[in-house]
Design a protein around this ligand. Structure first.
Ligand code: ARG
Length: 454
């Protein structure tokens, strides 16, 4: 392809390090779409003849079906997807194929193909997040009244509902989806026509190609266009944050499904057995979701590191962008699908959650709040009195609600029988009616708000 300048072919190692066809063949459909739009624009602008354009378009469509049907032979000698397709076009239609590359370079071509691919991938990510949110909303609704211990430091803190806990993940995945939408919006500029880096002297119409390819507008600076991979970095950032959320959730699923916690039972469909220990049911899907985060975060760091030293404009380093994005995309999709499946299939062990919610003096804050409200104590004093009540209950190996009125009055004389109304987990949970709080009525309001946006 650059035979005019070179006397001999590349060394075998050069060919191996240089070729990207092994992975960028994934971009075939985007490459062909981009070339059809470019050729159509060239003909409309009178830069190539309509006859040549028709040959090019029909040749490209033939190549598209050859690749889709697995009848195309990719060649490493031809380096990348762009050259593989162009060479095949020359086989099919002869010299007219050579006119396709007028007013463009592989630099704007690859920027276009990759942007189109990332844009489509992010639409898939958005849809998968919507599906996961839908699964969580259903679980939250079903368990709006199911009490469980809420934790801080993984120590029992205050009772919450499982529905409220599920809705915390809805918020996280909702933010991920908003980030995906932002990233799609940022990316929505068309690179083709930037050519090698300086633009072109041919009278091309970049607005036409932008529109034909479904972009909002063309990019505004040709140098930036061929050296920009922010769209890939933004996808990877979004993916890394989302994977981090998935990993935290996966970690909770692993903990909840232990016999010691026993909060949920995973379905057989999302667990595995042990080859030696017949009693075991392992949460492998959750563990793998947790682990996928490592490679997705790694992809982000890898591409940031590739880009950080590059002078403007294009450098071949940028060819290393694709594998990171493809790998992260494939694994994020898997993780999102596995998580939605686990959420839909899991059995919530309501009685186990309730028993745990009542242990660990989870309503101690409710006692302190009662002392503030009913006995007029400053909160700091109420905290101290409650601490003594907890110590007493601990020494008796019972819960706060199991202490007698006399016991409680020995700690503070103003305590009356009405205190027992706030010491149950249900009373505690339904009293948390502040906006965004865990009271079932409030959780239902949040579910309805999200349903209107999902
Ligand atoms: N395979 C290359 C890549 O992925 C295409 C662009 C090549 N451009 C160049 N000037 N060598 O980045």
């Amino acid at each position: 392809m650059w035979g005019g300048r070179f006397a001999s072919g590349p060394d075998a190692i050069m060919e191996e390090i240089n070729a990207s066809i092994g992975f960028d063949k994934k971009l075939f459909a985007q490459d062909i779409r981009g070339s059809i739009a470019h050729a159509t624009m060239l003909a409309q602008q009178g830069i190539i003849s309509v006859e040549d354009k028709d040959k090019i378009v029909s040749g490209l469509n033939t190549i598209l079906s050859e690749i889709q049907d697995g009848r195309f032979t990719f060649s490493r000698k031809l380096e990348d997807i762009h050259m593989n397709i162009e060479a095949r076009l020359a086989d099919l239609i002869g010299p007219a194929a050579g006119r396709l590359h007028t007013a463009r370079s592989r630099n704007d071509q690859v920027a276009l193909d990759f942007r189109l691919w990332v844009k489509e991938e992010m639409a898939r990510t958005e849809a998968m997040l919507t599906d996961l949110i839908a699964a969580l909303l259903d679980k939250a609704e079903e368990h709006a009244e199911t009490v469980m211990p809420g934790f801080t430091h993984l120590q029992t803190a205050q009772p919450v509902t499982f529905g409220h806990h599920c809705m915390a993940y809805v918020e996280m995945f909702g933010r991920d989806r908003a980030r995906v939408r932002h990233a799609i919006d940022h990316l929505d500029e068309c690179p083709i026509g930037a050519a090698a880096l300086a633009g072109t002297g041919f009278a091309i119409d970049r607005h036409m190609t932008a529109q034909a390819l479904g972009f909002r507008e063309p990019t505004r600076n040709s140098i930036d266009t061929v050296s920009d991979r922010d769209f890939a970095l933004e996808f990877l950032s979004v993916a890394a944050i989302c994977a981090t959320h998935l990993s935290r959730f996966a970690e909770e699923i692993v903990i909840w499904s232990t016999p010691q916690f026993g909060f949920i039972r995973l379905s057989d469909a999302f667990s595995t057995g042990s080859s030696i220990m017949p009693q075991k049911k392992n949460p492998d899907a959750a563990e793998l979701v947790r682990a996928k985060t490592g490679r997705i975060n790694g992809s982000l760091v890898a591409l940031l590191t590739v880009m950080k030293g590059l002078p403007l404009a294009y450098s071949k380093d940028m060819q290393e962008d694709k594998e990171q994005v493809f790998d992260a995309a494939e694994n994020l999709e898997l993780a999102l699908a596995a998580m939605a499946g686990m959420v839909r299939d899991m059995t919530v062990r309501v009685e186990r959650m309730r028993a745990a919610a009542g242990s660990g003096f989870s309503t101690a804050t409710d006692l302190a709040d009662w002392l503030v409200r009913e006995a007029g104590l400053p909160f700091r004093d109420a905290h101290h009195v409650t601490g003594r009540a907890v110590a007493l209950a601990e020494s008796r190996a019972c819960d706060l609600a199991e202490l007698s009125l006399e016991d409680l009055q020995s700690i503070h004389p103003q305590i009356t029988p009405s205190v027992f109304d706030v010491l149950s987990v249900d009373a505690s949970v339904s009293s948390r009616t502040s906006f965004g709080g865990t009271a079932p009525a409030k959780v239902r309001e949040q579910i309805a708000w999200w349903r209107g946006r999902n």
